[in-house]
Design a binder for this molecule. Structure first.
Ligand SMILES: *Cc1c(COP(=O)(O)O)cnc(C)c1O
Length: 396
């Protein structure tokens, strides 16, 4: 029996080594990685520039407390500010912590304005914001809060896409709206430009803050640096993580000056968040993501992937009911139970992830080639064909 908590239904696979979009087991079997450690390994495995930066920093300085100046952290923050709506950054070690900072910032903003009763946040069904006590309440997924009560107060949920339902939840206690522009865990629902614009307008009208969770859909994955750029809508606060460290635990909460001003000394902190080693890696990852042509490549590969997914939907209409997602956060809503199908794909040498609503989620490294996409589509096709062959022989 494993000495670990049994919180994961793990596959038997263990990998020894990675290279680009491939993972290798100790016995040399190779897998095409369309999961990227759940949207983390944006540059694939073993990116030489990032490995070099990590080694160089490891020789110099790993960690100092945030009570000192950390030049690598200042630099990464400034670069994120220069590339986004934001003016200020707080670094964390994970996505959930980035969300915790976002939620605390929103509540404290109204507290400082003397609106101390204004602390409620409107989230959405099907959303995912992490596994801390605060973020399971924010996500509202009944399976994730079950048995961990009392559930933290101050969160309400509307159906994504339904602006009138959101409006109906607003009262004098509402502080903010929290949304993933593209839902990850929930099943790859893409929020329409009109809906995001409607939320922004509602925030302007009522003084609420708009918080985007771009932990999974951000950092180039949709073919824009951040997914909200497609809509032209900017948030007041944004949570970022996963790809920001390329595999090193790192997250960030970004905010405008107007909002972040309330977070004065003593209001928040993190021992590790933004330490020199993490930020050296973060800067190296950002070097690559912001290289001219990098995000354009993602957009192009996203189009290639979407085309192949459409082909699969046409070829296997009895298995595929919908093509979902945007860019390289994409997938198929399927009929066969998705967890079984993900296991089947592993047998074909493809790593993918299950998402809510029985969606097969594909999160390849952003560096994949057209040939990789074709190979992945071929493996998915083979797995559907094998299902059909089994059904046919069972019927005989
Ligand atoms: C993964 C994820 C989180 C939580 O990130 P952790 O690093 O696991 O804490 C939050 N929001 C979204 C959208 C995510 O995909």
């Amino acid at each position: 029996m494993s000495a670990l908590y049994g919180t994961y239904a793990r596959s038997e696979l263990a990998f020894e080594r990675g290279e680009g979009a491939r993972l290798f087991t100790a016995d040399g079997a190779d897998y095409l990685d369309f999961s990227s450690g759940i949207a983390v390994n944006a540059l694939g495995h073993g990116d030489p520039h990032v490995v070099g930066a990590l080694k160089a920093q490891a020789e110099k300085l790993w960690h100092v407390s945030n009570i000192f100046q950390i030049p690598e952290q200042e630099k990464l923050a400034q670069r994120l500010v220069d590339a986004t709506f934001a003016d200020r950054v707080f670094f964390t070690n994970s996505g959930a912590e980035a969300l915790e900072c976002a939620i605390k910032t929103a509540r404290r903003y109204f507290f400082d304005k003397g609106q101390t009763e204004r602390h409620d946040i409107i989230g959405f069904t099907g959303s995912f914001h992490g596994r801390t006590l605060g973020t399971i309440a924010a996500g509202g997924n009944p399976d994730y809060v079950k048995g961990f009560g009392p559930v933290m107060a101050g969160f309400k949920h509307a159906a994504p896409g339904d602006l009138e339902a959101v409006r109906a939840l607003v009262d004098d206690k509402t502080a903010a709206i929290l949304i993933e522009p593209v839902q990850g865990e929930g099943g790859l629902a893409v929020m329409s430009d009109a809906f995001l614009k409607g939320l922004r307008a509602l925030c302007e009208e009522t003084g609420m803050l708009l918080i985007f969770d771009e932990v999974q859909c951000g950092y180039g994955r949709t073919g824009r640096f951040f997914a909200h750029e497609w809509s032209g809508v900017t948030p007041d606060i944004m949570a970022v993580a996963k790809a920001i460290g390329g595999g090193f635990p790192l997250g960030a909460c970004l905010a405008t000056e107007e909002v972040a001003r309330c977070m004065v000394p003593g209001t928040h902190g993190s021992t590790y968040g933004g330490n020199p080693l993490a930020c050296a890696v973060g800067n190296a990852v950002l070097d690559r993501i912001l290289e001219p042509g990098f995000i354009e490549h993602v957009e192009k590969m996203g189009q290639v992937l979407a085309w192949h997914l459409q082909q699969l939907a046409q070829k296997y209409p009895h298995h595929v009911t919908e093509v979902r997602g945007r860019g390289l956060i994409a997938g198929l809503k399927i009929n066969p139970p998705v967890r079984d199908f993900v296991a089947r794909l592993r047998d074909h040498g493809l790593l993918a992830v299950a998402a809510g609503s029985n969606v097969l989620r594909l999160l390849p490294p952003l560096i994949i080639t057209e040939a990789d996409v074709e190979e992945a589509a071929g493996k998915i096709s083979d797995a559907f064909a094998a299902l059909d062959a089994e059904a046919a022989s069972a019927a005989q």
